[in-house]
Design a protein around this ligand. Structure first.
Ligand code: BES
Ligand code: MN
Ligand code: ZN
Length: 484
């Protein structure tokens, strides 16, 4: 999909050749002397339309307007949520009409946040997954022009960032949506290597031998029940001086989670193909970085493997030694995410990072706590927590800070190892975070539990691409020379 930002008055929007013209109208709309203003005024007078959020009106073959179909969309006071849902609604119409070209114009100059919201909505509203059908579904919309009265510097910058963000989000969606037999650890490694074709990005993919040499006994124990060999992916983006300390992103890459010997029930188990949503978000962020090229250094680490039951699989009660030297009693093989992440967190130490953020579809408990609206966010430092919360708000990819009191760690005690891999059912998202925190003591650390936000179930089953937006926005705020 090709996006373009253009300076267009309503008068010139009316003259522009396009299939469908979408006009976003806020309560502050002031009519001019052009055919679109006349249409809007007439519709409001006739009470067929108002600028209230959620109102829409379609019109055809309006004289003086070049597009054959016009959609008026009310966006109320211009809250970002209202702009997003308004544009999403209009996109549903375009999708069923198989529109290829559209012009979305703001009747009054938008804020950068509103421009961002509309770009996100266009992408989300028209996305189609088309990799594994015999006749691949494709997105019909190929050309989107966004018209604003004056494309000032702030709007231009937001436009470029948002378009790149959307590409990262869609890259993450693509990989997360692929079924496990089309997104093996090996294929994830190849996807990462594909990203390294752009300047500034390099990639290294380790296999079982190298990972054994590093002493990642915890990660290896999860992979040992699967016929698919594990991969440890290291991506590096260099946009600042070599000496600048990087932000490290660590993505959980369980390409399929059966639960292992502590096997999961059959209903909805297919959704455990999305258990590499954290890994997909890291790939997505690197895709966006390759397009924006911001001034900072970023490392992406992805431990990738399947969690399978097998004669060779790790068993409840087994004790394994992590790369940190800490021993872990695996009481439940379904709590495997933390077992692969802990070794990646230890590996992250070598970069002397300014911050490490891990991203994981880690616990069903987080879904119970926060549902599908906000990702769970844990942070060892307030400044990092605030930066992530703000980034989420700006990117419309929300998170909510959760606690890390030491008392929550008590349930992880083991009689046979330094730590157990599960606490009780109570506070399950927090005990999982407390487990990870033991391995993240040497740098500022945050953990995003995206179990509720990385994908949707039911009829709209599919990956969301979250939290690519949040992560990218955070990274952009950490650039050299940007005030913190
Ligand atoms: N991948 C799951 C978490 C998950 C479950 C995400 C459902 C989204 C929906 C994770 O590996 C897991 O199985 N966690 C267990 C942990 C438990 C055994 C302590 C869980 O949440 O049930
Ligand atoms: Mn599991
Ligand atoms: Zn899992």
């Amino acid at each position: 999909m090709n996006f373009e930002l253009k300076t267009l008055s309503l008068a010139s929007a009316a003259k522009t050749a396009t299939e469908t013209l979408i006009v976003l109208i806020s309560e502050h709309f002031q009519a001019g002397k052009d055919p679109l203003s006349a249409l809007i005024e007439k519709a409001i007078k006739a009470k067929d339309f108002s600028a209230k959020a959620g109102k829409t009106l379609q019109a055809y073959a309006v004289s003086g307007v070049s597009a054959s179909k016009i959609v008026l969309v009310g966006i109320g006071e211009g809250k970002t949520g209202d702009v997003k849902s308004g544009v999403m609604g209009a996109m549903t119409g375009l999708k069923s009409a198989e529109t290829t070209k559209t012009l979305i114009t703001f009747a009054s100059t938008p804020t950068p946040a509103n421009l961002h919201a509309s770009i996100l909505a266009v992408a989300e509203g028209t996305y189609v997954y088309g990799t594994t059908q015999s006749k691949p579904k494709t997105r019909k919309l190929t050309q989107v022009v966004l018209g604003v009265a004056a494309a000032n510097a702030a709007l231009k910058e937001t436009f470029a960032t948002s378009v790149a963000m959307v590409q990262g989000i869609e890259f993450a969606k693509e990989w997360a949506n692929r079924p496990a037999n089309h997104a093996t650890p090996t294929l994830l490694g190849k996807a990462a290597q594909g990203l390294a074709k752009t300047a500034n990005i390099s990639c290294e993919v380790l296999g079982p031998k190298e990972v054994a040499k590093l002493g990642m006994g915890s990660f290896m124990s999860v992979a040992q029940g699967s016929a698919e060999p594990l991969r440890f992916i290291i991506l590096k983006y260099q946009g600042a001086a070599k000496t600048d300390t990087p932000v490290v992103l660590v993505g959980k890459g369980i390409t399929f989670d059966t639960g292992g010997i502590s096997i999961k029930p059959a209903p909805e188990m297919d959704e455990m193909k999305f258990d590499m949503g954290g890994a997909a978000s890291v790939l997505g962020v690197f895709k966006s970085l390759s397009l924006i090229r911001p001034k900072l250094n970023v490392v992406g680490l992805i431990p990738a493997c399947e969690n399978m039951p097998d004669g060779l699989a790790v068993k409840p009660g087994d004790v394994v030694t992590s790369m940190s030297g800490q021993t872990i009693e695996i009481l439940n093989t379904d709590a495997e995410g933390r077992l692969i992440l802990c070794d990646a967190l230890t590996y992250a130490e070598r970069f002397k990072p300014m911050a490490v953020i891990d991203i994981a579809t880690l616990t069903g408990a987080c879904v119970i706590a926060l549902g599908a609206i906000r990702s769970g966010m844990f942070a060892s430092e307030d400044t990092l927590a605030e930066a992530l919360q703000n980034a989420g708000n700006l990117a419309m990819d929300l998170c909510w800070r959760m606690p890390l009191d030491e008392e929550y760690a008590e349930s992880l005690r083991s009689n046979f190892a330094d730590v157990g891999n599960v606490g009780g059912r109570a506070g399950g998202a927090i005990t999982a975070a407390k487990f990870l925190q033991r391995f993240a003591k040497k740098y500022p650390w945050a953990h995003l539990d995206i179990a509720g936000t990385a994908w949707k179930g039911g009829a709209a089953k599919g990956a969301t691409g979250r939290p690519v937006g949040l992560l990218l926005q955070y990274l952009l705020s950490q650039q050299v020379g940007v005030k913190k």
